[in-house]
Design a protein around this ligand. Structure first.
Ligand code: EPZ
Length: 419
């Protein structure tokens, strides 16, 4: 199994190109199931979750073509599909497979998708997706670990999400676009990935009002058509590189990013003393201060501080002067990285949903285990500032969501290799 070997203590300097967003690409790929015409998606990141989604669509007999490898562009044509099913073997490796449920039942009136089960960061149920589809007239049953949804044609409904859910909003949007009548989603997620999906759906002929807000009106249409769409830049990858520059005393320029999606991260890091300057519409220059200052964060739905940046911020907090309080409100078990950072010398106390980090503490290289995607990224960041050598095991988590992370870090001067 691959692992990373990192020699810490190098200052990062140079330019890094930010890839397309994994979490915007996945619902966009699933949305291609909504039409018999080809959908061309550009700026797709070459990461493993994208390959898994491509496999899943191919398993349904959609045609999935890419001119390059790893793919940065896909043309997906779902003229017909032979099985409207997401099997357990694929779902267990990628929860986002649940995103095929809405488009399948919306277009074909039937879907069978394995239930994802729990994961390293929490229970992560999909009850809100299921309740919403039931309200739209789908008959849902759960057999042998699979959710089966059936109906003649979904009908519009008033859907209020008791909790804000990103993939839940995406799933119901993609179900509602072909439903009969109007669907109104309230307390919908406002993440840029949701807004990007809405833009794609509108290009495909969907009628949706309210993008970027928590109330979405979807007027169902009979048919959607093909479209070409470049997905938005990955705001979490960008945030990770901002922290990498800040934590190593670096000076790094990020290109092809979307600064407007990074407001909470930029404001928090500015409070830590990091200088972040916008250059043009899609570049950011990040300059570390002489000494980082502590700051408090509470994870929230967009536009708040993203839970997907919490672990990376914790790595930074270990190097900041003073006490940083980190409160995780989205997932119940998302502090696994803290134990590994403590093994590297960090001073972190966990109390339920709150972590208190006292810094700065020198970190020393150790062998650590990554438990999920963002936890892995935070351990890479810790390794970049630790003395001597850090080995990170189970980096397949990183490969799920970061494109060529070691090459990008090497180009900035880090000593990191895959062994
Ligand atoms: C998306 O997951 C992202 N995944 C996650 O990114 C991200 O951490 C998360 O949103 C929050 O921003 C993708 O976009 C593919 P949720 P999702 O439904 O949609 C509860 C990464 O590292 N909930 O918004 O699965 C749930 O348990 C990943 O790239 C229910 O109770 O998250 C959680 O506490 C990890 N019932 C909260 O809502 C439901 O039916 C928010 O989860 C659905 C969700």
């Amino acid at each position: 199994m691959d692992r990373f070997k990192i020699e810490g203590g190098r200052r990062l300097e140079g330019t890094v190109r930010i890839s397309g967003s994994k979490n915007a690409s996945l619902p966009a790929m699933a949305a291609a199931l909504l039409t018999s015409e080809p959908v061309c998606l550009q700026n797709i990141p070459g990461v493993r979750d994208i390959i898994t989604m491509a496999k899943l669509l191919a398993h349904m007999r959609a045609r999935v073509e890419s001119p390059d490898l790893p793919p940065s562009e896909f043309t997906i044509a779902a003229e017909t599909i032979s099985h409207a099913e997401a099997p357990y073997e694929l779902v267990k490796t990628m929860r986002a497979s649940i995103l095929t449920l809405g488009p399948l039942v919306g277009r074909f009136g039937f879907a069978r998708v394995s239930l994802p089960g729990g994961c390293a960061i929490g229970a992560r149920p999909v009850d809100l997706h299921i309740q919403a589809l039931e309200k739209m007239g789908a008959k849902i049953s759960i057999h042998h670990g699979y959710v089966e949804a059936r109906c003649e044609r979904l009908r519009g409904a008033q859907i209020h999400f008791d909790k804000i859910t990103v993939t839940g909003t995406e799933n119901i949007l993609t179900a509602a676009v072909l439903a009969e009548g109007e669907t109104v989603l309230t307390n919908a997620a406002r993440e840029p990935e949701v807004t990007d999906l809405i833009e794609l759906l509108i290009k495909m002929g969907a009628k949706i009002e309210g993008r970027g807000t928590s109330t979405l009106h979807v007027h169902g249409v009979d048919k959607l058509h093909g479209a070409t769409h470049a997905v938005i830049p990955d705001r979490i990858e960008a945030g990770t590189f901002i922290v990498a520059a800040a934590i190593t005393g670096g000076d790094v320029k990020l290109t092809h990013c979307a600064p407007q999606h990074l407001t909470a991260v930029i404001e928090t890091l500015a409070a830590c003393g990091v200088e972040i300057q916008k250059e043009g519409v899609s570049c950011l220059r990040v300059r570390a201060p002489k000494a980082l200052r502590a700051a408090d964060i509470t994870t929230e739905e967009y536009p708040g501080f993203a839970t997907d940046m919490q672990a990376q911020f914790m790595a930074l907090a270990t190097q900041a002067e003073g006490k940083s309080e980190i409160t995780e409100t989205i997932f119940e078990n998302r502090f696994m990285h803290a134990q590994e950072m403590i093994r590297m010398g960090a001073n972190i106390a966990i109390d339920g949903h709150r972590a208190v980090v006292q810094g700065p503490t020198p970190l020393s290289g150790a062998t650590v285990i990554a438990s999920d995607l963002r936890a892995s990224a935070s351990l890479v960041l810790a390794g970049l500032v630790a003395s001597n050598t850090t080995y990170i095991d189970r980096i397949y988590h990183l490969d799920r969501g970061y494109e060529k992370i070691e090459e990008k870090l090497q180009d900035l001067g880090a000593s990191i290799e895959r062994i």
